[in-house]
Structure formats: C-alpha cells, structure tokens
Design a protein around this ligand. Structure first.
Ligand SMILES: CC(C)(COP(=O)(O)OP(=O)(O)OC[C@H]1O[C@@H](n2cnc3c(N)ncnc32)[C@H](O)[C@@H]1OP(=O)(O)O)[C@@H](O)C(=O)NCCC(=O)NCCS
Length: 146
C-alpha cells in the first residue's frame, strides 16, 4: 500500500476531528489538536491513503531539542508501515532543522511503541514516576542526531 506524508492542514483537521476517539484511540482532544496545529513552535504531519487521513504525528521545537508530542496511526491501518514513514519524516525534519537531540515520553505499558522507538535507536534515559493518570510511569527516550 502507498501512503503519502505531508504537512497537516486545517482541512485535514476538519476531516479527522470528529473521529479522534473512535478511529485514532482518542489520542488527543479536538482542542489539543487544534492548539498544536496553531502553535508556531510545532509541526504537524499526516499520512494519507488517497484522500483519507490514516496517521498523524507532531513535534515541538524547544531551545536545544525537539520533542515528539504525538504519533498515532488510524486503528484499521496499524502495522502497515505508516508509523515508520511518519517517524522517518520527523527525524528528517529534526536533522534539517539543525537540532542534535530528539526526545519523547512513552507510557511504560505501551510495549508496541517502546519496541517501535527502540528500532530507531531512541535510548531510555529516564523515567517520570506515575506520569500517566497518576499510575503508569513515563519512559523518557532520546535520540542523538549525528
Ligand atoms: C505506535 C504506533 C504509532 C505505530 O504505528 P504503526 O503504523 O502501526 O507502525 P508501523 O506499522 O510502521 O510499525 C512500526 C513498528 O511498531 C511496532 N508495531 C506496530 N504494530 C505492532 C503490533 N501490532 N504488535 C507489535 N509491534 C507492533 C513494531 O516494532 C513495528 O516494527 P516492525 O514492522 O518491524 O515489526 C501505533 O501502534 C499507534 O498508533 N498506537 C497508538 C498511539 C500510540 O501509542 N502512540 C505512541 C505514543 S508515545
């Protein structure tokens, strides 16, 4: 299957906003997604299959590092390589922006995502105790860009 990666537009937001909970695992509220799209220090990208939005990812540009704020594939399109395409595009953006460090946080219970990030040589560098809902720890991961 072919997927196209591009910058997220307001029209993409309108397309997926009402299906976040059902199709995308409730990854963000509509408001959070809209705020991210409007944030000048953020970049949001989408994956498309024909005109259908099947994945989303975003980063935030800090002072000396870029943070992965979200990455999600539409439930019915998982394990088809979309996550890899999105992450590779983001790594490319981080590199060409001149940053040397790419960071993220992931729920310690999210084995699929942990496995995914390790494939891209993100290393576990710390832990935020009970970060998610006061229960699960967040694993802090970092990729050093050469
Ligand atoms: C994590 C996520 C974005 C991966 O997206 P995806 O499009 O399914 O990813 P890909 O198909 O490119 O697979 C990338 C890797 O993820 C892991 N993975 C994906 N689906 C998996 C599954 N069902 N079981 C086990 N590992 C899986 C594998 O390591 C895979 O590499 P492989 O193809 O060499 O086995 C997706 O599972 C998702 O949207 N999860 C819910 C949101 C989430 O948890 N986001 C991360 C927040 S930190």
């Amino acid at each position: 299957m072919n997927f196209e990666i591009s910058e997220m537009t307001e029209s993409d937001f309108n397309t997926i906003a009402d299906s976040l909970a059902t199709d995308f695992d409730d990854f963000w509220s509509k408001d959070s997604l809209q705020n991210e799209l409007a944030n000048e220090r953020s970049k949001c990208i989408v994956a498309r299959r024909n005109s259908e939005v099947v994945g989303f990812a975003s980063i935030w540009f800090g002072v000396d590092e870029v943070h992965l704020t979200n990455i999600v594939t539409k439930k019915s399109f998982r394990h088809l390589g979309i996550g890899k395409l999105l992450l590779e595009k983001l790594i490319d953006i981080v590199k060409t922006s001149g940053y040397k460090t790419f960071t993220l946080e992931v729920n310690e219970q999210n084995e699929v995502a942990l496995d995914f990030y390790k494939k891209y040589e993100f290393k576990c560098v710390g832990r935020r105790k009970k970060y998610y809902n006061g229960v699960d720890d967040a694993i802090i991961m970092t990729m050093e860009i050469s």
